[in-house]
Ligand binder design. Structure first.
Ligand code: PHE
Length: 508
């Protein structure tokens, strides 16, 4: 047969197998190990290559050791003699009776273990007292380690293996291995086809297009999770990623900005009066030195609207605060008090520069407050900020987004209450019922941005927006009463460690 036709008949596993052979011979189990293919696949593929005269196969019979089900049990808990010896070794000498009450084991097993240890001279029994022979420690450890070696298919030359076979812990089984060798025809095909043992690890546009005849590496994922050793994603991180998934699924794009912000973006653009209490050092963390850069044109517009309002046939009642706006403090730096600062940066950078395009943005990021910590307040909190820009948005759209989001998170019992923000009108506070605290908790705040906040950017359509507290939401989800269980010195480490994050959100 022509080489080309032969190559066409080969599928991916045949090629993997063939390229593993590369001028050599190999046992089927070695190929399994090296290629990650399973036994059946290797054998089937070898048979096919044999029928094409590309390899020869020779069956070789031998024996191998395997753990019995009893062996599997001891692999986990240790051989009985190992456990007894360890107990005696730790105490140097113990009463015969004490053993029975201290080592949880069937009576027969325990007696057999003592018999074995006596025979190995690892213990001596005298007048009802058992004493360990420390010199035998290494041997007993080795004896126990044999189970691991057998489980892993490694050779063992431990002399006591026979003994373990006799006790039905290890068994000897026949094993047929196939020795597969490449034939001269195989070598030729291998060469002509241009595939060799080099696997392709990386997918690229061109190798995906011309995948035929290429030798991709096969992957098999077999994660082993040891609870005591494994790390775990912190519940907050996990929750934040679920929240991000929810927002992305609602068609929002993520916003990013910095913890350090100017008072301009944190307060001025949002029409906070310059004597507003939120600006006080009691509430806001001010930084010494440094200056934020702010867009001068927008600052001037903000100053104008602040002082005089603006005229439009739609909003002719906008008269501003009728007092001076002092621009000298606008570039002072603070730890941003809310992520609505980020929202306004995006209103400037994206929305005001693409006024015809609808936009939906979100962020899950930190806000900082100069607060006293208690069971519902933190000094820094994650806020879930959302903002929507589109034609004809109303407060009903806002309520729709809020209900949809909380519904996705699995918090159904919410209610909305009118509230006041300097930058939104109307403004809605979101409350959720905490069965734990037996009261309604404020979990978020929202509204339709006032025209005065959008005028400096030349935006005349409505924008709806919100900020939800992440930690209170998580507290509600987990049925906790105290936000400090999640942060700081009172953190319940055990709870965080044990938390089955996936199970906690099964209704997500
Ligand atoms: N910034 C508000 C807060 O920190 C939340 C909010 C965002 C309110 C957007 C209205 C509009 O609580």
């Amino acid at each position: 047969m022509e080489e080309k036709n032969v190559i066409k008949m080969l599928n991916k596993t045949d090629k993997v197998l063939l390229s593993n052979l590369e001028n050599k011979e190999m046992f089927s189990n070695e190929i399994e190990l090296k290629s990650g293919l399973d036994r059946i696949t290797v054998i089937n593929s070898a048979r096919k290559l044999f029928s094409l005269s590309l390899v020869s196969i020779e069956s070789i019979t031998g024996t191998t050791l395997r753990l019995t089900s009893l062996g599997q049990k001891y692999l986990k808990e240790g051989l009985p003699e190992y456990r007894v010896f360890n107990f005696v070794r730790r105490n140097e000498t113990v009463e015969y009776k004490q053993l029975f009450s201290s080592v949880p084991m069937e009576k027969d097993e325990l007696n057999a273990a003592i018999g074995v240890l006596k025979r190995l001279l690892a213990i001596s029994v005298d007048n009802g007292r058992i004493t360990a022979n420390a010199g035998k420690s290494a041997e007993i450890d080795e004896r126990n380690a044999v189970l691991q070696s057998v489980e892993k298919g490694q050779k063992t030359d431990y002399a006591g293996t026979e003994d373990l076979i006799r006790r039905g812990i290890i068994e000897q089984v026949d094993e047929i291995r196939e020795k597969i060798s490449i034939t001269p025809a195989g070598i030729k095909v291998l060469k002509d086809a241009g595939f060799n043992a080099e696997y392709i690890d990386k997918l690229s546009a061109s190798n995906i297009k011309n995948w035929e005849g290429l030798n991709f590496r096969e992957y098999s994922a077999k994660p082993e999770i040891l609870n005591s050793l494994s790390g775990k994603i912190n519940i907050k991180t996990k929750f934040i990623s679920l929240i991000k998934d929810a927002m992305l699924s609602m068609g929002f794009s993520e916003m990013h900005s910095n913890y350090i912000e100017s008072t301009f973006w944190n307060f001025d653009v949002m029409m906070f009066r310059q004597d507003h209490p939120d600006r006080d050092i009691q509430d806001t963390v001010y930084l010494n030195g440094g200056k934020g850069s702010i867009p001068v044109g927008i600052l001037k517009n903000v100053k104008d609207v602040y002082e005089r309002g603006f005229f439009s046939s739609k909003y002719n009642e906008s008269i501003g605060y009728r007092r001076k706006f002092d621009t000298s403090k606008s570039d002072s730096l603070i730890m941003r008090g809310h992520t609505t600062a980020t929202t306004f940066r995006y209103i400037y950078e994206f929305i005001s520069k693409n006024k015809d395009k609808p936009a939906k943005f979100f962020s899950v990021d930190k806000g900082f407050r100069n607060e006293t910590m208690d069971n519902t307040h933190l000094l820094e909190l994650y806020q879930i900020e959302g903002v929507v820009y589109d034609d004809n948005l109303t407060v009903s759209d806002l309520i729709g987004y809020i209900r949809q989001f909380y519904g996705k998170i699995g918090i159904k019992k919410i209610r909305l209450k009118p509230t006041y923000n300097p930058y939104t009108e109307p403004s809605l506070e979101i409350q959720a019922f905490s069965p734990k605290l037996k009261r309604w908790l404020e979990v978020g705040n929202s509204g339709v941005f006032r025209p005065e906040t959008l005028r400096p950017f030349g935006i005349s359509k409505n924008i709806v927006a919100w900020g939800f507290g992440m930690e209170r939401m998580l507290n509600l989800k987990l049925g906790m009463a105290d936000i400090r269980d999640l942060y700081g010195a009172y953190t319940d480490i055990d709870l965080l460690r044990e938390m089955e994050s996936v199970r906690a959100f099964s209704d997500f």
